[in-house]
Design a protein around this ligand. Structure first.
Ligand code: GLV
Length: 314
């Protein structure tokens, strides 16, 4: 009797599983693709490909060799108290960095060229050229988090001619970017940036970092773009900062609770742009390239790329 094939299990509330099944079965023919919630022989599951699995789901697979996250952030997964102690591999860029750079470029140009004002003028049919546009040389863009995504965002914004500042927890050097790090570097970074872009991972060190004190260190004519995680921002502190004109506006793609509740004052705030967690969407074929080559590496006793450091939380 032949042995049943090992299983690559899949769980995602948002992805079209057929795309994943087709590629996995084509490129890893010794494995069978199954939905994690429907697997009958749990001991056969060796790899789990997941996005937002319910707590406890993964602990039921005793022969799991690694968990692959279908995104860049692993904060939600690490909150599972029963998470098996196997290697976790996240996506590194996988097409997200460029999309996120475009999102940031849209925001930066919108603020710098004052498109929001023109939207308001149009509503009241007001023809009013704003001639005192600030030169881009005087409009520094600050990127917080200089990993696989942040470094691409910083480079692409810099290519447009905006001065770019970077901030990270530990020292990093990127050509053409003025970098700061740690608590000591944060105050100078925040004082200089006209747009602060949050691209940090959500960890115990970064949770609620974007709070009243942080916002008060930004300049009064600066804007916040949050495409990191909603858990970084205290939304009430932002609303208060906007009310008191501590900062000038915000563009938010991620929220403390998603979907954003209909009651949230952020929806209708004139100085806030809300988008539904779409700044960087996982591109399945690029993600599959990464995951498949990482599974091949693991199968030949290699070390996968983009291994998560559980202690650091990313
Ligand atoms: C999305 O938020 C991701 O982490 O990929």
């Amino acid at each position: 009797m032949s042995e049943a094939p090992s299983v690559i299990g899949f769980y995602s509330p948002t992805e079209d599983e057929e795309i994943w099944k087709t590629r996995i079965e084509r490129d890893l023919p010794t494995f069978q693709f199954e939905l994690l919630e429907q697997v009958e022989e749990k001991r056969l599951v060796e790899y789990a490909l997941v996005w937002s699995p319910p707590n406890g789901l993964l602990k039921t697979f005793e022969n799991l060799k690694a968990i692959f996250v279908l995104g860049a952030g692993v904060d939600a997964l690490l909150r599972d108290p029963d998470l098996p102690k196997v290697p976790i591999v996240r996506l590194e860029d996988a097409g997200m960095a460029q999309q996120m750079a475009h999102y940031v470029i849209y925001g930066v140009l919108r603020f710098q060229r004052r498109f929001e004002d023109y939207e308001n003028f149009q509503m009241i049919k007001q023809w009013e050229p704003l001639v005192n546009i600030e030169p881009i040389e005087q409009f520094p863009v600050g990127v917080m988090g200089l990993g696989a995504i942040g470094s691409v965002v910083a480079e692409q914004v810099s290519k447009l001619g905006f001065p770019v500042l970077g901030w990270s927890a530990s020292p990093k050097e990127i050509d053409g970017i003025c970098t700061f790090y740690g608590d000591d570097g944060l105050a100078s970074f925040l004082a200089r940036a006209r747009v602060v872009v949050d691209l940090l991972p959500l960890t115990t060190a970064t949770e609620k970092l974007l709070n009243r004190d942080f916002l008060s260190r930004m300049s009064a004519d600066a804007f916040l773009i949050n495409i990191g995680r909603g858990g970084h921002l205290i939304e009430d502190d932002l609303l208060e900062a906007l009310e008191k004109k501590v900062i000038a506006g915000a563009m938010l793609d991620v929220f403390e609770r998603e979907p954003l509740s209909a009651e949230s004052l952020l929806w209708s705030h004139p100085k806030v742009i809300v988008t539904p967690h779409v700044s960087g969407i996982t591109m399945p074929q690029v993600a599959l390239d990464q995951i498949i080559s990482n599974i091949k590496l693991l199968e030949s006793d290699g070390i996968p790329m983009a291994l998560v450091d559980r202690k650091k939380g990313y």
